[in-house]
Design a protein around this ligand. Structure first.
Ligand code: HEM
Ligand SMILES: *[C@@H]1O[C@H](CO)[C@@H](O)[C@H](O)[C@H]1NC(C)=O
Ligand SMILES: *[C@@H]1O[C@H](CO)[C@@H](O)[C@H](O)[C@H]1NC(C)=O
Length: 317
């Protein structure tokens, strides 16, 4: 009898330890501490996207650029100080990452309704990315919560880990693999480019030097992106930059990918098949996108007593 209850307690303890080790983020993290947290994030996102639809794209990209640099820990939000090497001026983010004011607004509104700072900036980024996609008619998904905020940032890690738009397919696959993401995640998440815009300097080489490009598309893009100058002129990443749809993928099939890295997903390599499937099946793209967003959002979170809940997302407490 005694040995049986020992066994029971042993199994129970192991079960709890396993739970602590493997599922530290949870579905209902703010359910009791601040039930109004998630509706408040959504309200501010919907408001901001109504004012400027591109904001939805920018918020989605912020979460991606946060997660690829030492995990989803809001390191991207820290401003430069004598001890913080801000990621905001890294190659991929400088004069490019946007939406920081919306995150500030969300943080202050959420702290107001919660009565104290209990919601992390990292969770705000993850939820705002989801709410942005929903606001632009994309799929929804359950964001696991309980991420905490970093006390450090790394411009060097941002420069090394965020993919550049000049990579070829093997380099992209390798880059995502380092984050625990596979080829399917790469293709599905690249579908994030169904939203938003890119600056001329990121696609100039593609529209002047590359051959796997539709001639009419090339001419149209060259009209607003000269050989020299106009570096920050914008072009949409797909024909419907404020709508989550499968046009990004159908465009790749007709050689109208804007970035070199977009077209690399459909240029005779092993991701061609998936691009073709997504181009014909918005439901499948949406489902896989949601799945991969959850996977990306769970990269190396700080949980438990690690990190902190920042009072101001731009500064360490
Ligand atoms: C696969 C590797 C990727 C590369 C090389 C890449 C590169 C880029 C570049 C160069 C831009 C334009 C930035 C500018 O001109 O200022 C951009 C924009 C964007 N990216 Fe990516 N990206 C990648 C993956 C992703 C992923 C995984 C997501 C999200 C799931 C994403 C979401 C976006 C969005 C929404 C925009 C538009 C932002 C806006 O309009 O403010 N990208 N990306
Ligand atoms: C970021 O861009 C600004 C121009 O807006 C430039 O002065 C600065 O040198 C850039 N920072 C880095 C680290 O490249
Ligand atoms: C095209 O490629 C050549 C040779 O690699 C390079 O020197 C030139 O700068 C490129 N042109 C553009 C517009 O990127």
């Amino acid at each position: 009898m005694a040995s049986r209850s020992f066994l029971f307690i042993y199994v129970l303890v192991m079960f709890c330890l396993a739970g602590m080790a493997f599922s530290e983020l949870s579905d209902d993290f703010y359910h009791h501490i601040c039930p109004k947290a998630l509706p408040t994030i959504k309200r501010v996102v919907v408001d901001a996207v109504r004012k400027e639809r591109r904001t939805g794209a920018s918020l989605l990209r912020l979460h991606f650029h946060d997660c690829f640099v030492n995990g989803c820990d809001a390191s991207i939000l820290l401003d430069q100080t004598s001890t913080i090497n801000s990621e905001k001026t890294s190659r991929a983010n400088n004069n490019s990452a946007r939406g920081f004011e919306v995150i500030d607004k969300i943080k202050s509104e959420v702290d107001k309704v919660c009565g104290r700072p209990v919601v992390s900036c990292a969770d705000i980024l993850a939820v705002a990315a989801r709410d942005s996609v929903v606001a632009l008619h994309g799929p929804s998904w359950k964001v696991k919560l309980g991420r905490r905020d970093s006390t450090t940032a790394s411009r060097t890690a941002a420069n090394n880990n965020i993919p550049t738009p000049f990579m070829d397919l093997p380099a992209l696959i390798k880059n995502f693999k380092k984050q625990g993401l596979d080829e399917k995640d790469l293709v599905a998440l690249s579908g994030g480019h169904t939203l938003g815009f890119a600056q001329c300097f990121t696609f100039r080489n593609r529209i002047y030097n590359e051959t796997n490009i539709d001639p009419t598309f090339r001419r149209q893009r060259q009209a607003n992106c000269p050989r020299s100058g106009g570096d920050s002129n914008l072009a949409p990443l797909d024909p419907t930059p404020a709508l989550f749809d499968s046009k990004y993928f159908s465009d790749l099939r007709s050689k109208k990918g804007l970035l070199h890295t977009d077209q690399a997903l459909f240029s005779g390599g092993k991701t061609d098949d998936l691009v073709e499937k997504y181009s014909k099946n918005l439901g499948m793209f949406s489902k896989d996108f949601a799945k991969s967003m959850i996977k990306m959002g769970n990269i190396k979170p700080l949980t438990g007593k690690r990190g902190q809940i920042r009072v101001n997302c731009r500064k360490v407490n």
